[in-house]
Design a protein around this ligand. Sequence first.
Ligand SMILES: Nc1ncnc2c1ncn2[C@@H]1O[C@H](COP(=O)(O)OP(=O)(O)OP(=O)(O)O)[C@@H](O)[C@H]1O
Length: 257
Amino acid sequence: MSLNISGLGVAYGKREVLKDVELKDIKRGEFVGLIGPNASGKSTLFKSIAGAIRPHSGTIKLNGVDLITVSRSARSKQVAYMPQAFGCNAALSVFECVLLALKQTTGWRVKNSDLDRVSEILAVLDLSSLAHRGLAQLSGGQAQMVAAAQTLVREPSLVLLDEPTSALDLHHQLSILSSIRDFMEQRNMIVLAALHDLNLAAQFCDRLILLKEGRILADGRPNNVLGLEAIDQTYKVKTNLEQTSRNTLYVDARLSA
Ligand SMILES: Nc1ncnc2c1ncn2[C@@H]1O[C@H](COP(=O)(O)OP(=O)(O)OP(=O)(O)O)[C@@H](O)[C@H]1O
């Protein structure tokens, strides 16, 4: 199972936002970080893969099948997308809303195994204590973690997470990315996550893709991509890449003069 994107072009009206995007051989079990400045096209790429936007050119092949050509229901069995904006005002508990996300693709009769799956993902993300809390009573960070649970509970082949840590404190940024990594390794899924924090990207991703103005500028292992001059040029900063004593990469950044 692999994801291959070729010649992908997406426009909003006449404005082309993704240009000839090529991504080769993203494999099961890989945690891939999508990095790039604001407005570079990260969400647009996710929406195209998830089927919310129709590209004007190119293919998005998951296991050899072009997702652009399959039905919405077939695509949603394989791909789960957590958008940047999350939150739900429905009068549901956390458990019910994660169950609802699971049943979206499997029909509405609830089996014991469905309840077990919901309990499991809440435990994996350390959300069990919130299971019976109403959605309206969640903090912003809690709501974001519940959105991640909704995305993962279906155990799709491909998970798209658009800035999954943007509302989280430092502890929860680390704990949720670490839990997602473990879960996707056990289930042999592909995770594609848009991340603004380059240190989190360095720590958790197997591969990084750098997007600028709708084009891919770099694609490779974090220590290769983050060490490139292209990072400084793209973000208009001066970075210094260090290897810490714990053998993790650290990106020190300041505004370029
Ligand atoms: N529905 C839309 N209609 C028209 N233009 C849009 C629409 N959605 C996004 N855009 C434009 O497309 C470009 C890429 O936006 P996108 O949301 O994909 O960027 P992004 O990399 O996810 O940004 P950020 O890091 O700020 O979330 C931006 O210039 C944005 O203004």
